[in-house]
Design a protein around this ligand. Structure first.
Ligand SMILES: Cc1cc2nc3c(=O)[nH]c(=O)nc-3n(C[C@H](O)[C@H](O)[C@H](O)COP(=O)(O)OP(=O)(O)OC[C@H]3O[C@@H](n4cnc5c(N)ncnc54)[C@H](O)[C@@H]3O)c2cc1C
Length: 542
């Protein structure tokens, strides 16, 4: 910290979202203090799937390779397999090639990865701890805070020693999860359907479960019996760690009375040796905070939104939040952010939360409302009929092209309605690829293209603004450079002489923000370059 009891950014909560914010700030040289009431032990692998966008951020932070090594063995198929039980009938298989055999998908340098939270959080922690401007403190709780025009005054308590202290911060970000203190202190409510169902996740170790059956390795075994789709068994490390998530648990029953053995036998179809590592009862919620904060205090991650994990969007949406607010906090602290910059955080991120929440609930309803057939697991002609009909029933419910739609939600979102984006005047229709993944319109993620061996356009972004110029001979961008310099906005010009990339980006000049989203694009410099720079730094008229 710069001075005793003073820090530019205080982060409350050291879950994946708080740690990602610490990295994002540390990556920009911004001093921050993260306080986490726990001791850093992650005992439940809640999140398992890192989205393409999260993997792209990890590439930027220099930890993509670690995630690839830490999660799923690259030779294992990553199929989703519908079974009556592990030793029972296979009903349907959605194939996903092993990572080792997945080719270049074209739209990203980093595809999605299985890297459960028990592996993911420690990687984030180590990266955050390696950054000189980041201080991480476990067993420290934020008790309360107050705010005035000069700063936020936070009261912390050490859960080890009981020592209390008062810290002054320029900004406080609550990454303190569902029902966190920061949101409550701001008197912000949640809106949405609330609780969708009560679930329980049983995390266990069993070397023999992987070879008990004839289905081979898959990431998800979706368990469908006479009662319908009742549970998912997830292979965590492709070796010996598993998580069984049961969907509909009686909210009144206490966890001690849960018959874990009966559930595991029902899933496997037979007895097998296992060791239970943890049991997590949890509520599947559909909620978004009515406000993401104001002034000097904001919230991010599960503190701001909760959704059903179906679709793997919860944490990934939170990581997107902190990448958005991270560069804006840096801009304010470095003196080039305008008065409306932080207001744009909620404007940009809240619609993304709504769409993530709604896709997640829709997927949950589709997955769990398959019509139950009492004969499905029977060794009989009725059973054969039920199993023959299953794939059709499943396709009918899920619809085609869902994966592509999900990838669009995770990657193809746009901030085109943001007040700090200069809209594309010429183009108001939907992007041509249908889900925004390849769009280069203002507000979109600047798309990936290879520039050389393992060098992506995405590798150009991350620090200041980048002005891509696709025609260095005829375009003089000095007015934009001068405007940025006048406002102390970090900006560099990158000239690209590559026809394919130029065609993808569609304009001769494309201004990309530090988070990798397109802020403006055109074929010529604007008449008023200062107005452009003021708008993208949040100093335009509101
Ligand atoms: C079964 C399951 C499966 C899931 N699968 C996926 C998936 O595949 N993909 C995905 O993207 N998401 C998934 N999720 C959701 C994901 O786990 C959450 O979105 C994610 O953990 C939220 O991270 P967070 O950092 O915002 O909050 P949390 O993980 O809740 O962390 C908040 C932290 O703040 C700390 N804290 C709280 N109050 C204070 C205080 N006053 N002072 C100090 N510290 C405090 C807490 O101790 C905690 O460590 C899943 C969730 C579940 C339950």
């Amino acid at each position: 910290m710069t001075q005793a009891n003073q820090v530019p950014v205080l982060i409350c909560g050291g879950g994946p979202v708080g740690l990602a914010l610490a990295i994002e700030l540390g990556f920009r040289g911004v001093e921050c203090l993260l306080v986490e009431q726990g001791d850093g032990t992650v005992s439940v692998p809640k999140m398992s799937q890192l989205s393409t966008r999260t993997m792209e951020f990890r590439r930027r932070w220099g930890i993509a390779a670690e995630a690839k090594k830490a999660g799923w063995p690259k030779e294992h198929p990553a199929d989703f397999i519908y079974v009556t039980s592990m030793i029972g009938y296979e009903l349907f298989r959605q194939k996903f090639a092993p990572y080792a055999k997945q080719g270049d998908v074209g739209y990203t340098p980093e595809g999605p990865r299985q890297c459960p939270q028990i592996f993911f959080d420690p990687i984030l922690f180590r990266r955050a701890a390696s950054l000189p401007s980041v201080t991480l403190r476990h067993l420290t709780r934020l008790e309360s805070f107050e705010e005035d025009v000069n700063g936020v005054y936070a009261h912390l308590i050490s859960l080890e020693t009981g020592r209390t202290e008062r810290i002054r911060a320029d900004y406080l970000i609550g990454c303190d999860g569902f029902d966190g203190h920061v949101r409550k202190a701001l008197k912000v409510e949640y809106e949405g359907s609330g609780i969708l169902s009560y679930s329980v996740s049983i995390f266990f170790r069993s070397k023999s479960l992987g070879t008990l059956h004839d289905k081979g390795w898959g990431r998800f075994y979706r368990l469908v019996d006479a009662s319908g789709h009742w549970s998912d068994l997830i292979a965590i490390d492709g070796h010996e760690l598993w998580r069984l998530t049961c969907f509909h648990v009686d909210p009144e029953s206490d966890i001690g009375s849960l018959n874990v053995e009966a559930l595991l036998i029902r899933a496997a179809g037979a007895t097998f040796p296992y060791e239970v590592l943890s049991i997590l009862p949890w509520k599947r919620r559909e909620l978004v905070a009515t406000s993401y904060g104001r002034g000097r205090v904001f919230i991010a991650g599960d503190a701001a939104h909760q959704m059903s994990p179906t679709g793997g969007l919860g944490m990934n949406t939170g990581i997107g939040d902190v990448v958005d607010i991270g560069w804006k906090l840096a801009a304010m602290l470095q003196g080039w952010g305008g008065p409306h910059l932080l207001e744009s955080y909620e404007i940009e991120r809240k619609p993304i939360a709504f769409s993530s929440v709604s896709v997640s609930s829709e997927t949950y309803v589709h997955e769990t409302s398959l019509p139950a057939d009492p004969a499905i697991a029977e060794n009989s002609s009725e059973g054969e009929r039920a199993r023959r009909q299953f794939p059709e029933a499943l396709r009918g419910r899920r619809g085609e092209g869902k994966e592509r739609l999900h990838e669009g939600v995770k990657l193809g979102y746009s901030y085109d309605q943001s007040p700090i984006i200069w809209p594309d005047e010429s183009e108001t229709q939907a992007p041509t690829d249908g889900n925004g993944i390849l769009s280069c319109r203002s507000g979109s993620r600047a798309p990936h293209a290879w520039l050389g061996e393992n060098i992506s356009t995405l590798d150009l972004f991350g620090h200041g603004f980048v002005l891509l110029r696709f025609d260095r001979r005829s375009i003089d961008a000095s007015t934009i450079v001068a405007a940025a310099a006048a406002r102390r906005v970090p900006l560099k010009i990158v000239d690209i002489d590559n026809r394919d990339v130029a065609a993808l980006y569609e304009r001769k000049l494309v201004l990309v923000r530090p988070d990798g989203h397109v802020a403006w694009r055109a074929d010529t410099c604007p008449d008023d370059a200062l107005a452009l720079i003021d708008r993208v730094r949040g100093a335009g008229s509101p």
